[in-house]
Structure formats: structure tokens, C-alpha cells
Ligand binder design. Structure first.
Ligand code: ADP
Length: 554
């Protein structure tokens, strides 16, 4: 299990983040769905609370007015009209047209009614409708008094039989709670509509809603005839969410609340969508970050594996030729080899192996310079033909000794001179020929062609070896990369050769390309521009010393 986890460390890491994230998102989805439902209900509840606050304001207003004006002492009933008028004048109230008191006489009769006109500030006759409404409203009380029932004197009663003459009544009783008379007020409907209602609505708004909510809110009031008496918007413009009848007084009027822009359900839904999309966005960003981190980690693991292979490969590459050189050197020192041919052969062998070791060490040194950014090139106008010919010449002996046939196809016409670092180009070419040998897979033929193509001098190294699959062809230029399968398995190498070739060619402003087919061999082509400035070259300082960036990932 532990081995499996270590092997699949990246996948495990990814799953370790993904699974909790998916669970979290699912839970979040469920919570938000529930929240969406409850917040719509809560929104409606707050609308209802607001309605209650408006109703409380209305009730409070009329109760306090009635409290003030109708709490008359029962002896007032026996006083002269002037006294009653004086009493009511002192008790000026808002929202009433008439105030009145009437003494109870017997089952059949009320005594003389004293009606005080609030607007005129004197006793007088009420208008016929108001008089009628007062008469009708008093009848049930007469019945109550005749029965001798105790009358609760502390509360007000409302009579709304006539919509235009709504009455607030207060029974006046003696100490034994027996009805002595009635006090009452005929309410002013216009005052209710124009003053009391708007004031209650406005006063309660800031207590229940913030400014943004208020902008979305529409309050409408309709009277008993469904006539819109408050609020301009129709139901189509702002669908009503909650409505209720005014309790206590004017109770056939309806106050309704609606939303101008969005209903509580829409609001809850948009909150849900906002929260959910934020969560998903965060999850995506998080996953993106994790994928990036894992990719970097995966590259680092890959690189560290390649470095480990590199160390083991290089140690092997160094140890094998050194062992042979030591053995052949000992033979020669001890004078055990007398045959001159053999002496030359051993000498050649030692020379070839030493050259290979030098090549390997050069590669390693170059690589470390390139990695640290300290690699410099000395560019000069030079004859590429002679550089290639010299390099091949020095390698020829060794190659022949290994049985290789090296063919050099020279250019048909002389090449123009190329600005280059002679040693670097020599090293690049040597690396390619070395590879052609290493990956020859038994074929003993190598062809190097020098030609001109589209303003470039091209060095092409062709072999008929194991070839490279198309999937690997780009990767082989990465540092430490080695093809890990097939016959190449057995061939030792550092994985640096081609990355150095690529770096050198780039520094010369050129490109390197490979065409290859597994089993049929490969051709590496170095395109070096003729007469083009090279990377990092100083304009007026030939020979130029150029540097290029560390290789990183080639
Ligand atoms: P190495 O030290 O492994 O040869 P290189 O950077 O020179 O490192 O090459 C990288 C890989 O490219 C090699 O491991 C090999 O698999 C492949 N390769 C390079 N040249 C050839 C070639 N001529 N034929 C087949 N494969 C090659």
C-alpha cells in the first residue's frame, strides 16, 4: 500500500485535495439550498413584521387620542352643555370630526346627546350621516345597560358599520361598573388616509429595513372598495408579497408589501447563485493552483530521478574506460607486450578512450557553466568547412578502430564564412558523431554532410542505428533526458550531449532538428546562419564573447 502511494504520489496528492473539495462543495450546495428556502421565508417574515409595526403605530395613535379625549368622568354627563364644550375644547384631538357624550336614561332612551364639532371647536349638530352612525352604534350598549350587566370601562370599542363615519366609543360607568353613558368620537377618514397612514408607514420603514431594502420595497394601501389610497405602483409593476387587513380600526382596509426589483424568492435565488458560483470559482482556482503545484512537483521528481540516473551513468562512463586505460597502461609499463602492432593498438585504444573521457568531462563542465549562466562563447568569422573536416579527422582513427566507416560529404560550392565559436561547434559535432556511434545498433556507417541551405550552413550527421520514436524526438534535447526503452537501455550516457548541442546552436542563432525513424536511423541537422549576428554578440568587438541563458528546460 505504502509503495503504491509513493509511486502514485502526485495522483494521491491530487485526490487528497479533490475528494474533500468535492465533499465540501456538495455540502455547501446542500446548505445553500436550505439557506435559499429559509431566507425566502425569513424575508417574508420580516415583511410581516413591518406590517405589524405599521398597524401598531396606527392603533397606538387612535388609542392615545381616544385615551386623551374620551376618558371623561361620569359626572360630566350631568353637567351643562357649556361645561361639556369647555371640557372637549381642552381635550383637542387629531383625527376626529366629532366628539360626543350621551347619558344613559332607561331601556328605551338615551339622554340628550352633546356633540362637539372639532373643526368648529363648539357644540353643534352633527351631519345627518354621522348622527345616524352614532345612533346605530349606541343601540347595543343600551341593551347591555338594561340587562344590568357590568360594563368593562377600560377599553374602547370600534364601530365601523358606516365606512365614512367610523366611531371609537368609550362606556362611562359608575363604581359598580354600571353604564352611565357613552363618550365617543367620529373619526376623520381623510385624516386617516392622508396623515395617520403615511406617517405610520414612513415611521416604521427605517426600523425594519436598510436603505437598499427600502429602495426595493413597495407599500400599497387599498380601502374597503379596493381603491388604491397609498402607493403608486400597480400589482403588475411590483407583485405583492404579503398583505393584511388593518386590525383595530379601518379594518376593511388592506396594507400590502411588494418588491420593486426582486421578490424574496428571487433575492434568495440570486444569493444562492452568487454564493455557489463564488464557491465553485474558489474551488477551480484552488484546483488550478494544486494542479500547477503538482505539475511542478512532478517535474522536480522527474528531474531528480534523471539526476540520479545521470550520476550513476556518468560514474559508469568514467569507470569503464579508466579501468581499460589502467590495464593497457600497466601492460605497456611492464613491457609485457612486445609485438609492435599490439603496442600501437593499445596506444590507440588508450588515446581513443582518453578522448572520450575528455569529451565527457568537457560536456559536464560545459553543462555546469551553462546551468550557472557562466558559459561564454568566442565568436569569430571562421571557415566551417575546415572546422568540420578537422573534427572528423581527429575522430577518424578511433572510429576506424571500432570498425566504423565515416563518410564526409563536402559542399558542392565553398561555404561563406560563419561567425562561430570554433571549440563549441567542434564539441557539438563531436557529440553528434559520438551519439551516432553509441546508438548505431550494429550498423557501422556514419555520414556527415556539410551543405548550404537557405542562408544557413548545415551540418547533417546521419546514422543507420536504432533511431528515435517521434514521441521522444523533442524530449531528447532536455537535460538528463535519455530514452528509457528498447536497445538504448544498455547504452550508457549522461543525457547531456544533445542539450549542450542545442544550447550551442541557439547561441549561434541557429536551430537543431532531428529526423528519425525507429530501426532506420537518425539525422541530426545543425543550421548555422551565415553572416548573422549571434546571441549576446558585442557589435564592435570581434572576436565577440557571447553568453546565453542557462538551459533550464530545452
Ligand atoms: P546520452 O549521453 O544519453 O547520449 P544525449 O543528450 O546525447 O545523452 O542523448 C539523449 C538521448 O537521445 C539518448 O539517451 C538517446 O536515447 C537519444 N539519441 C541521441 N542520439 C541518438 C542517435 N543518433 N540515435 C538514436 N538515439 C539517439
Amino acid at each position: 500500500m505504502r509503495r503504491f502511494l509513493r509511486k502514485r504520489v502526485l495522483l494521491t496528492g491530487f485526490l487528497a485535495v479533490l475528494v474533500p473539495l468535492v465533499i465540501l462543495l456538495t455540502l455547501q450546495f446542500r446548505w445553500l439550498t436550505r439557506l435559499e428556502e429559509t431566507s425566502a421565508i425569513a424575508e417574508k417574515a420580516s415583511l410581516n413584521n413591518y406590517l405589524n409595526a405599521v398597524f401598531n403605530e396606527i392603533e397606538y395613535f387612535y388609542r392615545s387620542q381616544a385615551e386623551h379625549a374620551l376618558n371623561a368622568p361620569s359626572y360630566l354627563l350631568k353637567r351643562k352643555p357649556e361645561k361639556i364644550e369647555l371640557y372637549f375644547r381642552k381635550k383637542a384631538v387629531d383625527g376626529a370630526r366629532y366628539l360626543f357624550v350621551v347619558p344613559y336614561v332607561d331601556r328605551e332612551n338615551w339622554g340628550g346627546i352633546s356633540v362637539y364639532n372639532v373643526a368648529q371647536r363648539k357644540l353643534g349638530k352633527p351631519d345627518p350621516d354621522a348622527a345616524q352612525a352614532i345612533n346605530v352604534a349606541l343601540s347595543p350598549w343600551k341593551m347591555l345597560a338594561w340587562r344590568g350587566s357590568a360594563v368593562p370601562s377600560h377599553d374602547f370599542s370600534v364601530d365601523q358599520m358606516d365606512d365614512d363615519n367610523v366611531l371609537l366609543l368609550k362606556p362611562l360607568t359608575d363604581n359598580a361598573c354600571q353604564l352611565q353613558g357613552m363618550a365617543g368620537m367620529v373619526l376623520d377618514t381623510t385624516y386617516f388616509e392622508e396623515v395617520v397612514l403615511p406617517a405610520a408607514i414612513e415611521k416604521s420603514l427605517p426600523q425594519s429595513f436598510n436603505e437598499r431594502e427600502r429602495a426595493n420595497l413597495v407599500v400599497t394601501v387599498r380601502d374597503q372598495w379596493e381603491r388604491l389610497v397609498f402607493g403608486g405602483e400597480s400589482d403588475e409593476e411590483a407583485p405583492m408579497q404579503v398583505s393584511a387587513r388593518v386590525p383595530f380600526i379601518f379594518s376593511d382596509w388592506t396594507v400590502a408589501l411588494g418588491s420593486r426589483f426582486s421578490t424574496p424568492e428571487q433575492l434568495a435565488q440570486s444569493n444562492f447563485l452568487l454564493n455557489m458560483s463564488m464557491s465553485v470559482l474558489l474551488a477551480v482556482v484552488l484546483l488550478g493552483g494544486i494542479v500547477l503545484a503538482l505539475r511542478t512537483a512532478s517535474r522536480e521528481i522527474h528531474l531528480s530521478n534523471m539526476k540520479a540516473d545521470f550520476v550513476s551513468n556518468v560514474s559508469h562512463e568514467l569507470r569503464t574506460p579508466l579501468a581499460s586505460i589502467r590495464v593497457f597502461g600497466e601492460f605497456l609499463r611492464l613491457g609485457r607486450v612486445e609485438d609492435e602492432g599490439k603496442v600501437r593498438e593499445y596506444g590507440e585504444y588508450i588515446e581513443t578512450e582518453s578522448r572520450r573521457l575528455t569529451q565527457l568531462i568537457n560536456n559536464i563542465l560545459d553543462f555546469s557553466k551553462i546551468e550557472s549562466g557562466a558559459k561564454t562563447y568566442e565568436f569569430r568569422e571562421d571557415n566551417l568547412h575546415s572546422v568540420v573536416a578537422d573534427t572528423l579527422h581527429t575522430m577518424e582513427v578511433g572510429l576506424k578502430h571500432m570498425g566504423f566507416e565515416l563518410e564526409f560529404v563536402e559542399p558542392v560550392e565553398p561555404l561563406p564564412s560563419v561567425r562561430m565559436d570554433r571549440d563549441a561547434i567542434t564539441q557539438a559535432l563531436a557529440n553528434l558523431v559520438e551519439n551516432a556511434v553509441k546508438y548505431s545498433n550494429g550498423s557501422k556507417k556514419i555520414r556527415v554532410r556539410l551543405e548550404q541551405d537557405d542562408g544557413c550552413a548545415v551540418i547533417a550527421v546521419r546514422d543507420w542505428g536504432c533511431g528515435i520514436s517521434s514521441g521522444e524526438q523533442k524530449k531528447i534535447f532536455e537535460r538528463f533526458h535519455r530514452v528509457g526503452t528498447g536497445q538504448v537501455h544498455d547504452v550508457k550516457g549522461s543525457g547531456l550531449g544533445l542539450s549542450i548541442v542545442s544550447h550551442i546552436v541557439k547561441a549561434h542563432g541557429g536551430i537543431v532538428e532531428v529526423t528519425s525513424e525507429p530501426g532506420a536511423g537518425s539525422t541530426f541537422r545543425l543550421h548555422l546562419p551565415c553572416g548573422v549576428r549571434t546571441t549576446g554578440e558585442q557589435r564592435d568587438a570581434p572576436p565577440a564573447v557571447g553568453t546565453v541563458q542557462p538551459m533550464g528546460k530545452t
